[in-house]
Design a protein around this ligand. Structure first.
Ligand SMILES: [Zn+2]
Length: 342
């Protein structure tokens, strides 16, 4: 049907029918509205939980400035559909759908500021609130051959205190050769089905404990670990009683028995690095984990036909997102303490 025909048909409806149809269409076209609607339904159907204590026992408790309100029977606190999520304390919620669409297109903060009429600080904050909501979503068990590898980012204070200046020149090289405490170790793990994990471990060489913290809860007897021959991976595999294939690249060994290798995860590493460099001109270490969350979600949704809707849904499922966003400076401080002695 042509647009003009559609319009004529629309005009044949009564005013009330037109209005209600427009409302339905608006919800259909705004994935953000859809996500919020499904969150409300879930809470109304007693399928949610209290964001304060995790209890499943709560009752409806009126409304609060346009939000639905609920009251927990255990801890007696009240909450709304936004409490705990990254949307908590976000004003101008009507712009969120458009914001996520621009984020999907990877528009710059300047472009977003211009298009939505919000200031750059808000555009920046929203980015990291949303990305905080993605940190814990889609974390299942690694199945079958699972490659894990550490990759390094030079520590960077880009943009700290001033969003428009780049105090550190792009790229740059470490003062010392090899792995030093100027380098942030990121552990990247992926199976060959759909599970993927990207986690900042520490400054310098990773330890067995970092691997345990990052993926310890996501491995099972079905996980076959493929890594380089670093002793931390060996120790982890022994602790977890995993089948482990260590690839000795130092002996020019790259593939074992035609199937055991780390080439898949190496290719993720290089795409990740290119994306961070080309798209953002590097990122500050303080926010690196959030960009890792973003990249991971992009990988998971690579073939999705409804990217914005799924992206929004995932980001809103996490009831610790707001806390995690607030903890960015503390986590950064902790990371600076967490360095492996040379
Ligand atoms: Zn509670």
């Amino acid at each position: 049907m042509e647009k003009e025909e559609l319009k004529q048909a629309f005009l044949k409806l009564s005013l009330n029918e037109r209005k209600s149809l427009l409302k339905e269409i608006e919800q259909e076209t705004d994935p953000y509205m859809q996500a919020i609607e499904s969150r409300r339904k879930k809470l109304d159907n007693k399928q949610g939980s209290c964001p304060h204590c995790g209890s499943f026992k709560y009752t409806k408790y009126g409304t609060d400035k346009g939000s639905k309100r609920y009251r927990c029977k255990e801890c007696k606190s009240t909450f709304t559909e936004y409490t705990g999520t990254w949307l908590s304390r976000v004003h101008k919620k009507h712009l969120v759908g458009a914001y996520i669409e621009l984020m999907k297109q990877e528009k710059s903060l300047d472009k977003i500021k211009e298009e939505l009429g919000i200031n750059k600080k808000t555009a920046f904050d929203w980015r990291h609130r949303i990305l905080s909501g993605l940190e814990n979503s889609n974390k299942g068990t690694f199945q079958g051959i699972t490659e894990s590898d550490d990759t390094f980012f030079l520590i960077s204070e880009k943009g700290s205190g001033n969003l428009t200046r780049h105090p550190r020149k792009r790229g740059g090289t470490a003062k010392t050769r090899g792995i030093s405490n100027e380098q942030v170790a990121v552990l990247v793990t992926a199976d060959r089905v759909s599970e993927i994990d990207m986690q900042i471990a520490r400054l310098g060489r990773i330890k067995k404990l970092d691997i345990e913290n990052a993926i310890g809860s996501r491995v099972s007897e079905q996980t076959i670990l493929c890594t380089d021959s670093h002793v931390s991976f060996k120790g982890f595999a022994i602790d977890k009683e995993l089948e482990h294939h260590a690839i000795r690249a130092d002996l020019k060994q790259f593939v074992k028995k035609k199937i055991y290798h780390v080439q898949h995860v190496n290719s993720i590493d290089s795409r990740l690095k290119r994306w961070i460099e080309n798209q953002f001109g590097g990122v500050s270490t303080k926010y690196l984990q959030k960009y890792l969350n973003w990249f991971r979600t992009k990988e998971i949704l690579k073939t999705s036909s409804n990217y914005v809707k799924e992206f929004t849904d995932y980001s809103l499922q996490d009831l610790k997102a707001w806390e995690r966003f607030k903890a960015i400076p503390i986590n950064y401080k902790d990371l600076l303490q967490l360095s492996t002695p040379n």
